[in-house]
Design a binder for this molecule. Sequence first.
Ligand code: PMP
Length: 460
Amino acid sequence: MSQQTFSCEQQEALKRDALAYILPHFADNAELAKGPKVFVRGEGCYLYDMEGNRYLDTFASLLTTICGHHRPEIKAAVLAQMDRLEFFPNYVDTFTVPLIELARKLAEIMPGELSVTSFVNSGSEANETAMKMARQYHRQRGQPQRYKIVARRHSYHGMTLGGISATGLRWFHECFEPLMPGFAFAPAARCCQCELERKYPDCQLACLRAMENLIDFEGPESVAAVIMDPLPGSNIGYPLPPEGYLRGVRELCDKHGILLVFDEVQSGFGKTGKWFFCEHSGVIPDIMTIGKGFTGGYMPLGAAVTTPKVADVFRRDPGCEFRNGSTYGGHTLACAATLANIGIIERDNLVERAAKLGARLRTALEKLYKYPLVGDVRGIGLLWAVELLADRQSGRKLDPQWGVGSFIRQWCWEHGMILRNNGDILVTAPALVIRDEEIDFMVHTLDDALAAASGKFSKP
Ligand code: PMP
């Protein structure tokens, strides 16, 4: 591996220019003020910064690098493809071999009839594609009035205008309003903080009934699709849907001829101990969107995968084709990298491994309840959230001004660990290849950070 070294002057110049010339994605000016972090090398679950410090990454970069950094198999696959053909677009009637092989592989690993893929570059584009696909599908079947999209509060579906219009978290869209028309929001299915103030199972799935009422109110014949993250993501800390909820949503969609879109951009590719989260419930959508861990983080790639029933509507006659595409969607090198990434997951049984490691992680994380600060520990597989609360019993939140979550993140950073927090929700999503001793280090570091936070924030 080629190693770069940087003089103090070079380090200073890189940090200065990072701030001068880049607007980071979802920047946090308070964090940036502490100085930009510049990474230069990755190996397995570790990252190295310019100063040569090593960090255990507990979030697989951004839920992406699921087979770890610096995999020779992926590098070799990309280089071999680069030698043959670096890129040709998937336009009109042209394909490349890695693209076809990847589509074939997806048809094999995807649940149910999901087998026909439209390739894009990111998770946001995958969701745009899914929503456009749903609208054109109905239009082509003689129901152009079906244009509405039912989404859910507290869900995230991407940074594009369509993506934020489907996103039920105000922070992501309040600066960009007015949003696209035609979106309606059902409540989240989040038992740990039920917004309907009900308790499962006495509630008899009040969140599902609320979605049904919303669809009735909007007019079922006007709804094109329901889009949801079956396991909501790191923004709200992986609340598992209550038993029967996803099945109920499927039935609701079937009853009204509405397409069901599952956004598994975050939860797909083994992280929950199954290839896809929806397999835990056996509920299969009409369109599934994927991204992030799909490529192992080596190249950008996203996709919307659908069934022949939906896809055939676009392949009948000239004129009915799906009107969607982008220059680089399904980039040849990205497909080669992704095939190699999936090859590693299959060869090393990493999905089963994630399920086993998840059980170990759960036991370890639940021990953190010894801190009164720890309000809720929840998750599945390798996706876990530790939500900090002022009072576990009542669910009262901490004063966000205290910045307890940020304190813990910073503490971990100073002790060699990258931890992601969303306010006072700490989230972990390590690579599927994380080793037992690395999981132990992760939980010990978190434990020590919580001890430090408990000392600091319990004082008047
Ligand atoms: N959907 C979900 C559930 C996500 O977590 C994300 C990314 N955080 C996206 C969509 C958007 O993906 P991208 O950032 O690749 O556009």
